[in-house]
Design a protein around this ligand. Structure first.
Ligand code: CP3
Length: 341
């Protein structure tokens, strides 16, 4: 029995709606903050495979989500491609050297930075019940490249968008490099026990339609076809955050098995415009989960009802916020669990 999450991702309208939350492992959980204080820092946690497995399992123990998302980060790929990576408290991630002033070929890849992640997947899968789904993930090339080029997160991905126009050949070399490592990385996770994988394209929304075709749809399609050539049975969820009216084209052209939608999308629009029968994931506003109350309940129902006629994985429109009250997450779970087709 694979469980309702995997069944849904394979296209079944399950009686109950599966649920997991992006960033479900993390700082809103006291048990995470405790381990983090003990081990000192995010990367130390990621590379301590026992700690990373424990953190991956924490939200399932507490809430009983249907999926366990690997505790790692999308920036592990640039780290394995040879950039230095630091997570500085209060400042977010820093990568160096920045590819806005260093060529990709000046970097020396360090593939040993990927293998501990597979070990974590193995450890988690061995402790998960058969009805729970192990989810692997990677960043999509465009989003990962924005960090590699600028060396950090940026408000509107200005430097990377400018580079993509100014020097498309150099930028394409970065994207090609990320595609290659990402395919290996996702296949490594699947071979270690990941049963579905998600591609996070958090900054897909900053591109013009033409650039979106080239840097979002194209690279995601290449990753999907390369991973599927080796693992045709493993569902791939694409999450091109902020892509709005470009979502139907993304869904049709990339070959993903399910599409994640953010909270700016009207669920009724998505239900109407996305290919019939395609599993959809999302899209409760994470900020509603902060404030709670009756508005939270009614929006949960609006999302559940909008997708009553197609496979749907309940999730947020983006990652859960670090100040989210635990009782609101409990309330969300209870409401989703009570609903049935
Ligand atoms: O629970 C999960 O979803 C699994 C783990 C996960 C993390 N990051 C852990 C993390 C996943 C899937 C990610 C994805 C990720 N990382 C994305 C794509 C999704 C999104 O949020 O848009 C991006 C853009 C990153 C890059 C990143 N990592 C940033 C910008 C930051 C700093 C901001 C922040 O939220 O702290 C991180 C750090 C990070 N990644 C933390 C966690 C739990 C916080 C580390 C800590 O301080 O404890």
């Amino acid at each position: 029995m694979p469980g309702i999450l995997l069944d849904t991702l394979r296209g079944t309208n399950t009686k109950h709606r599966p649920i997991w939350l992006m960033r479900q492992a993390g700082r809103y959980l006291p048990e995470y903050r405790e381990l983090r204080a003990e081990k000192g820092g995010f990367l130390a946690l990621v590379y301590d495979t026992n700690a990373a497995a424990e953190i991956t399992l924490q939200p399932l123990r507490r809430f009983g989500f249907d999926g366990a998302i690997l505790f790692s980060d999308i920036l592990i790929v640039p780290y394995a491609m040879g950039q230095d990576l630091q997570f500085l408290a209060g400042e977010g991630p820093k990568l160096s050297p920045r590819l806005v002033d260093t060529a990709l070929k000046a970097l020396t890849p360090v593939s040993e930075r990927l293998s501990p992640i597979y070990e974590t997947v193995r450890k988690v899968r061995s402790q998960l019940g058969p009805d729970k789904t192990m989810l692997g993930f990677a960043g999509s090339p465009w989003t990962v490249a924005t960090y590699m080029v600028a060396g950090e997160g940026s408000r509107d991905q200005h430097e990377t968008r400018a580079m993509a126009y100014r020097d498309p050949a150099a930028f394409e070399a970065i994207i090609d490099g990320v595609i290659q490592v990402t395919v290996e990385y996702l296949c490594g996770q699947i071979e270690a026990g990941a049963e579905a994988v998600q591609l996070f394209d958090s900054w897909a929304g900053s591109l013009s339609p033409v650039q979106f075709e080239r840097w979002v749809i194209g690279p995601n399609a290449r990753i999907v076809s390369a991973v599927k050539a080796r693992h045709p049975e493993t569902p791939i969820i694409g999450f091109p955050k902020g892509s709005g009216e470009k979502l139907p084209a993304y869904a049709r052209e990339t070959g993903v098995d399910a599409v994640g939608i953010d909270e700016t999308i009207d669920p009724l629009w998505a239900a109407r415009e996305l290919p019939q029968g395609l599993p959809v994931q999302g899209n409760l506003d994470p900020l509603l989960l902060l404030s709670g109350g009756d508005d939270l309940d009614s929006q949960i129902h609006a999302v559940l009802d909008a997708f009553a006629d197609r496979p749907h994985v309940f999730n947020l429109g983006h990652g859960i916020g670090q100040h989210t009250p635990i009782e609101n997450v409990e309330r969300l779970l209870a409401t989703v669990r009570a609903w049935q087709r």
